[in-house]
Write a protein that binds this ligand. Structure first.
Ligand code: NAP
Length: 255
């Protein structure tokens, strides 16, 4: 789906998007930049950061690229400091990084893997915001990337789902803690055929089974997820905080 963006809601704003060299994070970074934001993209590998910066440049979009493994304290600090040194402030943080290293039942998952899931998907988000907090001010906005699976953890990726459930609680907790100056919301995407969710399109039958659980009978796109994230991050959502927006084509999740 092509990105047709008319709005300029982020003119003069500065946005950080973690895990943004491909997939949903890249889509969100592109959308915010198209709407006028100065965007800082990041991920673990310098090569991926460089390639994403170049790919966006080829489309006429200029972003700053910084290496940041979200579980690395020094790299988190560097991401925040580099942004503030270059742009002087932070208006939007999209905490998008997550891993799912195994597909197995919760009670068969090794403790080290449980720790890794918790640390990357939940704890690193808190620690990044701790680092960013002194730079957030009235009107700043935070978006967590949860998942529709946070409402109903899938059996094969249960602990991953539980970390996404935790982000829903984190959204509520931090919205209260950072109010009234900073808004905190989350998005909960359904299935989007990225590298992370490559299993969804492994073959036609599998793809169809994932399409069939949606009311719209198709998978989502990074651009559609990005549009929802941009709405919540923008002043159009100025009276929304502590909320979760599900973008899953009507997949059954919650009332
Ligand atoms: P993706 O296309 O596989 O992209 C993952 C991105 O994260 C890459 O840029 C990768 O670059 C970076 N990354 C991976 N581990 C990282 C880490 N520890 N620190 C920093 N960057 C890291 O994944 P995606 O599907 O867009 O997923 C993005 C988010 O959406 C995740 O939170 C995921 O849980 C959520 N989500 C996805 C779906 C879906 O169906 N795709 C559905 C619901 C929710 P490097 O390799 O260079 O680090």
């Amino acid at each position: 789906m092509e990105n047709k963006v008319a709005a300029r809601r982020f003119e003069g704003r500065v946005a950080i998007v973690t895990a943004s060299t491909q997939g949903i994070g890249y889509g969100i970074a592109e959308r915010l930049a198209l709407e006028g934001a100065s965007v800082v993209i990041s991920s673990r590998k310098q090569k991926n950061v460089d390639e994403a910066v170049e790919k966006l440049k080829a489309k006429g979009i200029h972003v700053l690229g910084v290496v940041c493994h979200v579980s690395d304290a020094q790299q988190r600090k560097n991401l925040i400091n580099t942004t503030v040194e270059k742009y002087g402030k932070i208006d939007v943080i999209v905490s998008n990084a997550a891993v799912n290293p195994v597909n197995m039942p919760l009670l068969e998952t090794k403790e080290s893997i449980l720790d890794k899931l918790w640390e990357t998907n939940v704890k690193a988000s808190i620690l990044l915001l701790k680092e960013a907090a002194p730079h957030l001010k009235k009107g700043s906005s935070i978006i967590f990337v949860s998942s529709y699976g946070g409402y109903q953890p899938q059996p094969s990726m249960a602990m991953y789902g539980v970390t996404k459930t935790a982000l829903l609680g984190l959204t509520k907790a931090l919205a209260a803690e950072l109010a009234p100056n900073v808004r905190v919301n989350a998005i909960a995407p359904g299935f989007v055929p990225t590298r992370f969710a490559a299993f969804v399109t492994a073959n036609e039958a599998t793809k169809k089974s994932f399409e069939d659980i949606t009311l719209l009978k198709r998978l989502g796109t990074p651009e559609e997820i990005a549009a929802a994230a941009a709405f919540l991050a923008s002043d159009d959502a100025s009276y929304i905080t502590g909320e979760i927006l599900i973008i899953a084509g009507g997949t059954s999740s919650r009332l």
